[in-house]
Design a protein around this ligand. Structure first.
Ligand SMILES: C[S@@+](CC[C@H](N)C(=O)[O-])C[C@H]1O[C@@H](n2cnc3c(N)ncnc32)[C@H](O)[C@@H]1O
Length: 340
């Protein structure tokens, strides 16, 4: 993927600098296998620390992945005898399709939507790997891979197989352009709409219009949304305000962070789309950690990497929401909800 991110940068100078730093981190990781001298060993360790994430971040990523996987598996299990769809909003570099399709390609059509440039990067990363093409059942690989910026910008961003569809679209426009999705997308099939850290980047009105139009146009659907929440302003940690400030220094805006800042507000938001209370599960990730994840799985992961910062983990987890809301069919999730 990184190789194609470089092609996205139009200045040759910046491409060179980016490639150099990518090579450096890669080299540091690889060479950690042949360490002889102590100074080198320390450099490698610090480079690894920069590339690898801290235990608390790893634990959060594991929780997010395992809980989303758990819901998708329940959905696929319940409807294993019919053809269903997964629509991943802002799929970015998510790799879930590579894991789901090899097992479920006979009954799942997987649609990934993102901006054009993100789709191009993903497309070329896929086409560069026989293994990834195989996982997505992509057989037509005669398309030439881009070797320079010009070729990169002029080539198409779409990628299709019988069960996988990569679609370039600005989600803010999807409500007025149902045709942005390929004709293979069936508005009458049961569809799991996944937004993993995506709608939080859209404005309040744009994200709500998108969800409302999906709810109105899909006859049977289920939203699965994972979003950060700013928390209460009065709270001592002032988590949301700090997060907004930190993100701003990196040029990132999350317009909904302080709008839907609690699970109660997220709950009200989803009721507004016409979902009924009994078909809604809204929790924060601390609740998910304590109530959904089997103890032996937590024990297994605890043994892989020690974590001292349990309070910090709880604080971070209580600032992420997991929302499930379905319509047009009964979803047998058997999962506890935090709000009555
Ligand atoms: C934080 S990433 C999450 C990627 C992926 N869902 C995951 O969890 O690994 C957010 C993604 O949403 C995409 N995105 C944000 N706003 C979008 C929009 N208006 N239209 C299409 N994609 C959008 C971004 O390009 C990015 O790939």
């Amino acid at each position: 993927m990184a190789r194609y991110k470089v092609l996205l940068v139009d200045s040759e100078f910046r491409q060179f600098a980016l490639l150099r730093s990518l090579r450096k981190s890669f080299f540091n990781l690889i060479s950690s296998r042949n360490i002889t001298n102590d100074t080198f060993k320390m450099n490698v360790q610090s480079a690894k620390r920069n590339v690898l994430k801290s235990p608390v971040i790893n634990r959060g990523t594991w929780l997010r992945t395992i809980s989303i996987d758990m819901i998708i598996n329940k959905f696929l299990q319940q409807f294993k005898n019919e053809k269903v769809q997964i629509l991943s909003l802002g799929a970015g570099s998510d790799t879930r399709a590579f894991r789901i399709l090899p097992k479920h390609h006979k009954n799942v059509d997987y649609f990934e939507v993102d901006f054009e440039n993100s789709c191009k990067i993903k497309k070329y990363a896929i086409l560069s790997s026989e293994e990834l093409c195989k996982a997505l059942f992509i057989t037509k690989t005669e398309e030439k891979l881009p070797t320079n910026h010009n070729e990169f910008v002029t080539q198409s961003s779409s990628l299709e197989s019988d069960c996988y569809h990569l679609i370039a679209c600005d989600l803010r426009t999807l409500k007025d352009r149902k045709d942005a999705l390929p004709s293979s997308f069936d508005w009458n099939k049961k569809t799991l709409v996944l937004s993993e850290c995506c709608i939080c980047y859209m404005g309040t009105e744009d994200s709500n219009n998108l969800l409302l139009s999906l709810k109105q146009n899909l006859s049977q659907g289920i939203f699965l949304v994972y979003d950060p929440m700013g928390g209460e302003k009065s709270n001592e940690s002032r988590y949301g305000e700090v997060m907004v400030r930190n993100l701003r220094t990196r040029g990132i805006e999350m317009p909904n962070l302080m709008v839907y800042n609690t699970i109660e507000k997220q709950h009200q938001r989803f009721l507004q789309f016409g979902l009924c209370n009994s078909n809604l599960i809204v929790c924060d990730m601390r609740f998910v950690y304590e109530n959904w994840i089997p103890r032996d799985e937590i024990f297994r992961v605890s043994k892989l990497e020690m974590l001292d910062e349990l309070e910090e983990l709880n604080l971070i987890n209580s600032h992420y929401a997991l929302i499930l809301g379905w319509w047009g069919f009964e979803f047998r999730s058997n999962l506890k909800t935090e709000l009555p």
